[in-house]
Write a protein that binds this ligand. Structure first.
Ligand code: 5GP
Length: 201
């Protein structure tokens, strides 16, 4: 489970898209949310969009691995997709906030790697939010006000990367993912492989 968190506008969505295109065996966890769809977003691709009744019913049925209120809307991670993907040998990429990260850590610490993406400056964060042009000025201001509250959670994370340049940041994140995949404890077929190596002689 590979988590990317950041304040809104730090480049996480772009980074996720590029990472998914480059990395085999990595799939995205698509969250469910009560937030209104933004222009250009698709139901089932960016999020599963629902209302508060639909969300409440998923919570009641225990269908969410974690959930939280972010910017006055509910967001959560559907459980079955994640466990099915992990069981089939895939890694799962999450774009969730610090509250969701804490909940996943409490449930599955050993299976989880978390990365916090910082913007190079608050000015740059605001520029990116404005450039995105998907949200109204009020929403941009609201998100800027909330950004510091998210950034203070940077030290809960395993890794922290400052997103000054997309390609550089992507390279850093790819290194983290690959190094973590090479951890002995994650290479569950290694015993068999080493035995076969030894048997060759
Ligand atoms: P946005 O509305 O900009 O798509 O997302 C707002 C925030 O909600 C982002 O920080 C994003 O990481 C977080 N978020 C998205 N999906 C989930 C989720 O399933 N769980 C949690 N805890 N946070 C989420």
């Amino acid at each position: 489970m590979f988590i990317l968190s950041s304040p809104s506008g730090a480049g996480k969505t772009t980074l996720s898209r590029h990472l998914l295109a480059r990395e085999e065996d990595l799939v995205m966890s698509i969250s469910v949310t009560t937030r209104p769809m933004r222009p250009g977003e698709e139901d089932g691709k960016d999020y599963f969009f629902t209302d508060s009744n639909g969300f409440g019913s998923m919570v009641e049925k225990g269908e969410l691995l974690e959930y939280a209120t972010v910017f006055a809307h509910s967001y959560g991670t559907p459980k079955d997709f994640v466990f099915d993907a992990l069981e089939s040998g895939k890694d799962v990429l999450f774009d969730i906030d610090w509250q969701g990260t804490q909940q996943l850590e409490a449930r599955c610490r050993e299976d989880l790697v978390s990365v916090f993406i910082l913007p190079p400056s608050m000015q740059e964060l605001e520029n990116r939010l404005k450039k995105r042009a998907q949200d109204s000025d009020d929403v941009v201001q609201f998100r800027m006000e909330k950004a510091a509250g998210e950034i203070i959670h940077w030290d809960d994370y395993d890794y922290v990367v400052i997103n000054r340049d997309l390609e550089e940041t992507l390279a850093e994140i790819t290194h983290i993912l690959r190094a973590e995949r090479n951890k002995r404890s994650r290479q569950t077929n290694l015993h068999k492989f080493v035995k076969a190596l030894c048997d060759e002689r």
